[in-house]
Write a protein of this length. Structure first.
Length: 86
């Protein structure tokens, strides 16, 4: 699997610019860092671990059509971790 494969949904569903940007963002997080993630963490702990969430609770990414809330972030992050075999 190459890096661009990680920018596409696993189920092959269509994605928008925001989805692609989120997946690209996650693909640039190191394996070591991803291994730290615990799905049992609270949402506050996840946003603290990532360190790139705005005060309104959305992930801070440029060139996005919509906000990425914590539920979407966690779902895509956990899929990403599975895909990379971490």
């Amino acid at each position: 699997m190459n890096e661009s494969d990680l920018e596409k949904p696993l189920d092959g569903s269509p994605s928008d610019e925001t989805d692609i940007n989120l997946r690209a963002y996650l693909s640039r997080i190191s394996v070591e860092r991803l291994r730290e993630y615990d799905p049992d963490w609270s949402d506050d702990r996840v946003t603290e671990w990532d360190g790139n969430f705005r005060s309104d609770g959305s992930l801070m990414l440029v060139c996005c059509e919509r906000d990425i809330e914590i539920a979407e972030y966690r779902a895509v992050l956990e899929e990403h971790i599975r895909r990379r075999g971490i």
